[in-house]
Design a binder for this molecule. Structure first.
Ligand code: PHE
Length: 460
């Protein structure tokens, strides 16, 4: 039975806008900030390879499942899961999946916003030319000065949260369409310029080898951790498992092809992450920096390049501006599931719902801010020292566990609990693709997540 619902929150004007919006959600700090530092912490090529495998075997099929759930339910993730479960004669408890997603969204945005605040701060620092001719010592010092000042971090965090709430309160369509349409290609072009700079360094080839030639010996000792990080990051980077894609899917016109759009989005997301890394690692090696320096990695490496290249202040400002835009279009998608739920279930206006959610996230963000200074503590995570207490804990819990488990439950719902005809109606792909997808969503994707999580907590 094909179900026709309409969303009370609106619809994208075309499937192209949907592609742009989901790409806007997917491409963000995850690609430019998180991916390179995860690669660095995990020792290079092996992580990249595992990441690509996770995108292919879990990310793409689960993204298709999440979009189809959203389009079929056409409500906030909590209500979509409830309605679809009832329709299939299943327990209403499936709506808890939407609730977990909302909580994950709050937690992620709370630290995401603080890091986005760093990029805001760096727009001004590069613009003022502070990095001209800077050595690695100088860029490290400038970074440490920023993160050791909670007041500055709070100010930038506040600016970013306000930016997100303003867009979400007006409805994701207005403003967002233009932002993604022009600025994403600009970000892409700028990444190419950065890659051009990296090519001019002596260590370009060394950087490429580091990224693309997996060193399995290095992997032997910490396979569990690298695998957990690679799969977690696949979910994080594709915005999966928490309802962001589900809610965007709920605004998708009926005719649009879910398979085609998913392939475009996943490819764009992966290419951006790879380009960012190709730009960064040659600089890391040229200046003798530590690949495993963690969340500070892009903020200490790229400014060196901007300090050296002609027109660096201009390109640097533009670069951090575009990263900020990429973060912005992701930030709003982290808020959208909770806001739509508050509108549907609590009867709030969109503006009120956004204000409440924004406030919760803003408060939570203070934990991350203090993790880089007064509340900093370190702990051991699979042999890796994590130095920024609560920030690292939020990041590990959400990206490595909540998102993959959310994605796994979606896969189970679609693959095992929903009538096969329902997913077939929604996907409308040819039989061969459908069969491959069906097999992956039923067996590979859920088993993959389960295996990785059990391994991580030491059961396997
Ligand atoms: N995908 C975004 C990024 O890579 C982050 C994100 C995660 C957005 C989960 C929405 C949901 O930056």
């Amino acid at each position: 039975m094909s179900v026709k619902r309409t969303s009370i929150h609106g619809q994208w004007s075309s499937h192209w806008v949907f592609i742009l919006a989901v790409t806007g959600s997917a491409v963000g700090l995850g690609n430019i900030w998180r991916f390179p530092y995860m690669v660095g912490e995990s020792g290079g090529g092996a992580f990249v390879l595992l990441y690509v495998i996770c995108v292919l075997l879990m990310g793409i099929p689960i993204m298709m499942a999440e979009i189809l759930l959203g389009r079929r339910g056409r409500q906030s993730p909590v209500n979509t899961m409830r309605v679809l479960a009832e329709e299939e004669g299943l327990s209403r408890h499936w709506q808890l999946l939407g609730l977990m997603g909302m909580i994950a969204g709050f937690l992620i945005l709370s630290y995401y916003s603080v890091i986005a605040g760093w990029t805001l701060a760096y727009i001004f620092r590069t613009g003022a030319g502070v990095f001209e001719g800077a050595s690695a010592d100088t860029t490290i010092k400038i970074f440490n000065e920023l993160v050791s000042d909670p007041e500055k971090l709070l100010a930038w965090h506040t600016v970013f949260i306000v930016m997100c709430t303003v867009v979400v309160s007006r409805g994701v369509k207005s403003g967002l369409e233009q932002a993604v349409c022009y600025l994403m290609p600009a970000l892409f072009a700028l990444l190419l310029i950065m890659v051009g700079y990296a090519m001019s360094t002596d260590k370009f080839v060394e950087g490429l080898v580091y990224l693309f030639v997996p060193d399995f010996e290095k992997l032997a000792g910490n396979f569990r951790e690298v695998f957990l990080n690679a799969s977690g990051h696949a979910f994080f980077s594709l915005s999966l498992g928490m309802g962001a894609i589900m809610i965007y899917g709920s605004y998708l016109p009926d005719r649009a092809s879910i398979f085609g759009t998913t392939m475009i989005i996943a490819t764009a997301d992966t290419v951006v992450a790879l380009l960012a890394s190709i730009a960064i690692f040659p600089i890391v090696f040229t200046y003798g920096l530590e690949p495993a320096s963690g969340p500070s990695l892009i903020f200490i490496t790229l400014p060196i390049a901007f300090g050296q290249m002609p027109g660096g202040a201009f390109f640097g400002t533009l670069f951090f501006f575009l990263v900020m835009i990429a973060a912005w279009t992701s930030g709003i998608s982290l808020l959208e599931p909770a806001v739509t739920w508050l509108v549907e279930n609590k009867g709030l206006t969109r503006i009120k719902a956004t204000t409440v959610s924004g406030l919760v996230v803003w408060l939570l963000g203070i934990c991350t801010i203090l993790s880089f200074n007064h509340w900093a503590f370190s702990f051991n995570f699979f042999g890796l020292t994590k130095e920024n207490g609560l920030f690292d804990i939020f990041d590990i819990i959400t990206a490595n566990f909540m998102l993959p488990i959310g994605g796994m439950l979606m896969a189970i719902f679609v693959g095992w609990r929903m009538a096969r005809q329902s997913s077939r109606d929604e996907l409308k792909v040819n039989e061969k693709i459908y069969r491959i997808w069906w097999f992956t969503i039923r067996y590979i994707a859920p088993a993959g997540v389960l295996l990785i999580c059990l391994q991580a907590v030491g059961v396997l």
